[in-house]
Design a protein around this ligand. Structure first.
Ligand code: UDX
Ligand code: UDX
Length: 471
């Protein structure tokens, strides 16, 4: 089928490339000419594992092209995806001006056959009818020129860092529309994915397709993200209680996760959630509820808990080092999660601002963010390696659970530091490994070592064993 995707960000580019990979003819439009030039050269402007190879293969097959020309995109596509950004405004509500601009532009260029216009961007509930009105504004008095269109809500559930996999192996596909014709076209579009033709496990039953009305489809997106965010804030709250009663949150999470109604996923306690979706989607849902006269107290608490959680590492640093003024703190990881270059609403940015305000010097090592003109990193010294990071630091703080951080040579990092202290903001490291390397390990809701006493005992027992075996 002929597809146009407008907006080639984390969602639009992955959606366009994957639809091209399953055989559709996709034209991706973006108003950022520099981005388009890079994509035309087969380069992905974002870091997303596997995306570039999918793009390049689809381009070689002649199924994927890029342009800044929206008119050409509208003429080409029988299905037009709107996948531009919907960031959160300071008030918490969604900023939908980009969606509005694109919807109007589509209306202005509509002049061919029947079209399906798809909201891929996360738009406030009730936006489906609003998009229809905006498109008609663009059509203006040329209604007789167009063969009609319908709007579909097709929310994305992609996780950054696994967006290509999630597109090809979705748990479900959600289609919201009041037009059977539009639904039928969308089901034809996704048929290969539903049939698991490109799935990692082809033996699985077909992907469930939820066909519903526009508002319910939009609510499914918001409710899913709000629930996942709430599950994380829940385990973080329990972790904070564990800190006080001496329980181990990793054991607690394992114990409750064995209940099939709870499950183990999204029970990793730490500094909480960031990124371009959870923060904006939860606050947008709270805002929508308020607009309709309902105070979503649970979701407001989910947001509050999360905001406090990220600064917990600063409190733990103050407990360990007392005065932070003049101290040097090294951050392991900057992005809001591993396998992405996305710094949007990353907890590290708030922690940096707080540490700088307290007079500390901040260094950081991130495997992907090697140099950045991000304003939030202006006062941060980026280092090329973890060893360079550790040099002269008074403490290390793990902010992002990059797998490679579990295999750092901590024996060599400890001697480089003024104080061998590590705050594990994601409960990602092994306390014993760190303690044997001479670190004072501090987790979130995890028993902490007492100045490495455990490590010394372990070291003693290790050397005692050696003496015995030598005798
Ligand atoms: C976006 C929304 O933020 C998110 O709510 C939704 O779930 C998926 O789409 P993302 O892909 O991260 O997420 O957006 P972003 O990375 O900001 O990319 C948007 C792209 O649209 C950018 O490349 C931008 O250049 C482009 N754009 C923006 C246009 O082409 N035209 C516009 O008018 C505005
Ligand atoms: C999320 C949703 O998972 C996805 O379905 C939706 O389409 C977009 O938003 P994403 O934001 O890319 O995806 O990342 P995700 O893996 O969900 O993690 C979000 C945040 O929660 C990250 O900051 C992560 O560190 C944090 N997190 C996740 C936890 O703190 N604990 C967990 O157990 C899981």
């Amino acid at each position: 089928m002929r597809v146009c995707v407008v907006g080639t960000g984390y969602v639009g580019l992955v959606t366009g490339a994957c639809l091209a990979a399953i055989g559709h003819h996709v034209l991706c439009i973006d108003n950022n000419a520099e981005k388009v030039a890079r994509m035309q050269a087969g380069q992905s402007p974002i870091y997303e594992p596997g995306l570039e190879i999918v793009m390049q293969r689809a381009m070689q097959a002649g199924n994927l092209v890029f342009s800044t020309d929206l008119a050409m995109g509208v003429a080409h596509g029988e299905i037009l995806f709107i996948a531009v950004g919907t960031p959160a405004l300071p008030t918490g509500e969604s900023d939908t001006r980009f969606v509005e601009a694109v919807a109007r532009g589509i209306g202005e260029h509509l002049n061919g056959g029947y079209k399906v216009i798809v909201n891929k961007s996360t738009v406030p509930i009730g936006s489906g009818d609003w998009v229809r009105r905006i498109v008609l504004d663009g059509v203006a008095d040329r209604q007789s020129d167009i063969a009609g269109f319908d709007v579909v809500s097709n929310p994305e559930f992609l996780r950054e860092g696994s967006a290509v996999y999630d597109t090809m192996n979705p748990d479900r596909i959600v289609l919201g529309s009041d037009s059977p014709r539009a639904i039928q076209m969308m089901q034809a579009l996704y048929a290969p994915i539903v049939a698991r033709t490109y799935a990692a496990d082809k033996s699985l039953p077909p992907v469930p397709v939820v066909v519903t009305d526009l508002a319910s489809a939009e609510m499914i997106k918001y409710a899913a993200n709000a629930f996942l965010a709430t599950k994380i804030s829940f385990i973080n709250e329990v972790a904070n209680i564990c800190d006080r009663v001496g329980a181990d949150i990793t054991q607690v999470a394992h114990g409750i996760g064995l209940d099939s109604r709870i499950g183990h996923k999204f029970l990793q306690a730490g500094i909480g959630w960031g990124g371009s979706c959870f923060p904006k989607d939860v606050s947008a849902l709270v805002h929508t509820a308020h607009d309709y006269g309902y105070e979503a107290q649970l979701l407001q608490a989910t947001i509050r808990t999360n905001q406090q959680q990220r600064l917990l590492v600063v409190e733990k640093l103050q407990q360990a080092l007392k005065i932070l003024k003049g101290k040097t703190i090294g951050l392991l990881g900057l992005t809001f999660k591993p396998n992405t270059d996305d710094l949007r609403d990353a907890p590290a940015l708030d922690v940096i601002e707080h540490l700088v305000r307290l007079g500390a010097s901040v260094k950081a090592f991130d495997p992907i963010v090697a140099d950045s003109n991000h304003p939030g990193l202006a006062k941060v010294t980026l280092t090329p390696t973890a060893e360079a990071l550790a040099k002269g630091c008074d403490a290390l703080v793990l902010m992002t659970d990059w797998p490679e951080f579990q295999h750092l040579n901590f024996d060599r990092l400890a001697p480089q530091m003024n104080h061998a202290i590590v705050i594990d903001g994601r409960n990602f490291l092994d306390p014993q490994t760190l303690e044997i390397a001479g670190f004072h390990y501090i987790g979130i809701g995890r028993p902490t070592s007492v100045n490495g006493v455990v490590a010394q005992l372990m070291q003693l027992s290790k050397s005692a064993t050696l003496v015995e075996s030598a005798a």
